[in-house]
Design a protein around this ligand. Structure first.
Ligand code: HEC
Ligand code: HEC
Length: 369
């Protein structure tokens, strides 16, 4: 499993370096790429884009270049042993009270590290009030949670274990349970230098594993790197709209397509999100963290309340679907999108899907040994 991961990562890094090299080349090709944007515009009655010149398009692309290394904090540096322990813990249903639910039950790698539900379902088959966010590219994503209430992955990791609505397992009982399993004692010794299973040891390892979950290259990344054929003309036009008239990039900025900030986008939900933690800031009422849009096509339903079933519905929310109220973000406005505009933005969103390697569940340590 470790080898698989290493190869996968090496491929991703190699791809990124290649991207950087190709990017230099694309500056020269900007004119050619531009033709494919400009051509459909000429016949389109609804195309009200500013004339994208080559330099402007290149400047836009440059904002979406990927970083070339995962950031690990100094007080929880990467090690293979920590990764191995964290991976096993993430997939182990023994982390829940009834031994039926793992982190991966909700953050399922086959569903873009989400669960495909409107809102999450806990260990008791209870419905939670918010949807499961992805943990893809989470190494860059702090603060965490829809309402930003957790500072770091280390700080977050034991929350869902102990939460009665989620995994419903008191942490001291989990520590006792794992301590009885010889395979876990060995994994803890390798990762942390002592056999003892500790809450902190669990949190550090889960955080390390999660930081390695990085999306691979998508058609959009190839296009950013200079492969003009990687995205269709519709997606390129959608990208330009995303950055201009549709104003999406005001919040969905940078390579992960998020500003990691909090906004009220006018969803009808009664949940006040960040407002519960920052009651003194009127704009934080109903504000939620801007989600990454990486692999978004794999991650419906959308929004913290699962209120948008499709990408098209999510896009149309920004045009006409939002509730106006005092906390509404000043970046929200009627967009007057034509049906073609909406289609093109959806085409762009689909081009953010990377062909990530399947993530097999690891073998779990057994009780006898
Ligand atoms: C019952 C489903 C469920 C389980 C099990 C679960 N999570 Fe989550 N996870 C959620 C939901 C729902 C949220 C968002 C909650 C909120 O913001 O209020 C979340 C949020 C997160 C976040 C923050 C993501 C972000 O973008 O800010 C991380 C990281 C995370 N979970 C990791 C884990 C880990 C590690 C485990 C196992 C120890 C786990 N989760 C178990 C449903 C689940
Ligand atoms: C004012 C900031 C802002 C602007 C502008 C904005 N978004 Fe968002 N976006 C958010 C926030 C915040 C959320 C999460 C809202 C929630 O669930 O409460 C979100 C959620 C989404 C989602 C669902 C993500 C998921 O994981 O469920 C999609 C898709 C999306 N936005 C696309 C767009 C597109 C396309 C545009 C432009 C038409 C756009 N956004 C404009 C802030 C913004």
């Amino acid at each position: 499993m470790q080898t698989v991961r290493r190869e996968g990562m090496a491929r991703a890094w190699a791809g990124w370096r290649l991207s950087a090299m190709l990017l230099a080349g694309v500056l020269a090709l900007g004119g050619a790429a531009l033709t494919s944007v400009a051509a459909p515009r000429a016949e389109a009655p609804d195309a009200a884009l500013p004339p994208p010149d080559a330099a402007a398009l290149d400047a836009l692309r440059a904002r979406y270049r990927r970083p070339d290394a995962i950031p690990f904090p100094r007080d929880n540096a990467y090690s293979d042993a920590k990764y191995r322990l964290g991976q096993v813990l993430f997939f182990d249903p023994r982390l829940s009270g009834s031994n039926t639910m793992s982190c991966a039950s909700c953050h399922n790698p086959a569903l873009g590290w989400e669960d495909g539900l409107r809102t999450a379902r806990g260990e008791q088959a209870n419905t939670l009030r918010r949807s499961t966010p992805t943990i893809l590219n989470i190494a860059w994503a702090e603060p965490l949670m829809w309402d930003g209430r957790k500072e770091s992955l280390e700080d977050q990791a034991l929350g869902p274990v102990a939460d009665a609505g989620e995994m419903n397992q008191p942490v001291d009982e989990l520590v006792a349970e794992l301590s009885r399993i010889p395979g876990y004692r060995r994994l803890f010794r390798d990762a942390h230098g002592a056999d003892a299973v500790t809450p902190r040891g669990i949190a550090l390892a889960l955080a390390t594993f999660q930081r390695t979950i990085v999306s691979n290259l998508s058609p959009f990344d190839r296009w950013v790197a200079g492969d003009a054929s990687a995205m269709g003309a519709d997606a390129v036009r959608g990208f330009v709209l995303f950055n201009t008239r549709a104003n999406c990039a005001a919040c969905h900025a940078g390579w992960r397509l998020t500003d990691d900030s909090f906004h009220d986008i006018g969803l009808a939900s009664g949940d006040i999100g960040r407002g519960a933690h920052m009651p003194e800031v009127p704009l934080m009422r109903h504000a939620f963290k801007t989600p990454t849009l990486r692999n978004i096509a794999l991650r419906g339903p959308y929004m913290h309340d699962g209120s948008a079933m499709t990408l098209r519905e999510a896009v149309l929310h920004y045009d006409t679907g939002f509730v106006d109220r005092p906390s509404l973000s000043p970046e929200m406005r009627r967009l007057n999108l034509s049906p073609r505009d909406a289609d093109d933005i959806v085409a762009f969103l689909r081009a953010l899907t990377s062909g990530d390697d399947p993530v097999p569940a690891p073998a779990l340590p057994t009780e006898e040994e």
